[in-house]
Design a binder for this molecule. Structure first.
Ligand code: KG4
Ligand code: ZN
Length: 339
């Protein structure tokens, strides 16, 4: 079998990342330059700053990934790059850099969808995993239940009607004084709280059993925080975090398991930043164990944005003939079904 080394680039949000991945599954190197500390100062990602930092970091990050893999550009067979969805100015930095490498080396340019890549982080971690499977994709910008029929063929069964679950986590965390991204801090603090201290609504979307709605949950937690502050009382951060986390995770697991049953899926996968959530991982493991369903989760270091996952998905995009020319553009939004 021919060995294909892909140089992968990711710059959709606040991480500049580059990796070298062989045949979609073997990681030769992975470098991530995160800007999170700078964005923390503003309580969230500032797009203009993100683009500028990507521009400054990309040359160093790519050089380091090549060096770590002990290869030069001569050894690279193709370049894969995240081209959608994400912050447009941030995406453009990666896309233009990838285009220039592809042009100068005369190698294929592979446009890769960010959410498809999140799913692919599981291919790197679990070499036995192959489609078809049902996948919960949960990140800062998206919350999807996706039927992955093949590596490049997906069908969205459920999606959020308003906020993404990661966004709700971040907002709840921020309102309780946690630094960006609030989801990570909230998850930690929730471990020490009582998940039954407060009750939250379970928003259902009429007629769409797999769809989510997180804006009501977000407003409910904000209202609770305001109630405590208005009375001059200290906000019970641990209990509130634990109760909120329980409610949010419950929405995800209930809808996901319904989809699992309806599609008679025997393999379930989770992906995206929120797949690092401790309660989500524990709850799903329990639910799947009970029903003899195989559950695959990315290791924590591959849950967030990285380029390894781009190198993996890029390989399968390449095999399916998804190759771009120099007219490739970046897109802030694009459906995972289109790819
Ligand atoms: O996939 P990702 O790194 O970037 C996007 O593509 O959006 O996801 C980032 C999101 C943020 O909202 C962050 O708070 C959330 O993932 N996140 C978590 C946890 N770790 C990261 N949310 C809940 N619990 C966590 N442990
Ligand atoms: Zn992401």
């Amino acid at each position: 079998m021919m060995i294909m080394k892909i140089l992968a680039i990711e710059s959709s949000c606040d991480e500049t990342a580059c990796a070298v991945v062989e045949n979609g599954r073997k990681v030769l190197s992975s470098v991530i330059a995160t800007q999170v500390d700078e964005h923390k100062l503003y309580g969230g990602v500032v797009p203009e700053i993100a683009s500028r930092r990507h521009t400054e970091n990309i040359v160093g990050v790519v050089s380091e990934a090549l060096e770590q893999a002990s290869v030069s550009l001569d050894d690279i067979d193709a370049v894969a790059v995240t081209y959608a969805p994400g912050l447009i100015g941030a995406l453009l930095v990666g896309v233009n850099f990838a285009k220039s490498i592809a042009l100068s080396r005369n190698i294929p340019l592979i446009p890769t969808h960010h959410l498809r890549s999140h799913i692919a982080s599981n291919y790197v971690a679990h070499t036995d995993l192959q489609p078809p499977f049902l996948c919960l994709v949960v990140s800062g910008g998206h919350s999807h239940i996706v039927l992955v029929e093949d590596y490049t063929k997906m069908k969205i069964l459920g999606r959020t009607r308003d906020d993404a679950v990661g966004e709700a986590f971040d907002k709840a965390g921020r309102m309780m004084g946690m630094s960006y991204p609030g989801g990570i801090a909230l998850d930690k603090i929730a471990e020490n709280g009582n998940p039954d201290a407060f009750s939250f609504p379970f928003p259902k979307v009429n007629g769409s059993p797999y769809d989510f709605s997180f804006s009501g949950l977000k407003t409910a937690v904000i209202n609770k925080i305001h109630q405590f502050s208005q009375k001059g009382e200290t906000v019970p951060v641990a209990d509130l975090s634990a109760s909120f986390r329980k409610a949010a995770v419950n929405c995800l697991t209930v809808n996901l398991m319904k989809a699992v049953h309806d599609t008679q899926s025997k393999t379930v996968v989770i992906a995206g930043g929120v797949s690092a959530n401790s309660l989500l991982r524990r709850s799903l493991q329990e639910l799947c164990d009970k029903e003899n369903i195989r559950l695959y989760m990315p290791p924590k270091h591959l849950c967030g944005d990285n380029a390894v996952m781009v190198g993996s998905q890029g390989y399968y995009e390449y095999l399916s003939g998804n190759i771009a020319d120099q007219s490739l553009n970046a897109y802030a939004t694009k459906s995972i079904e289109e790819g």
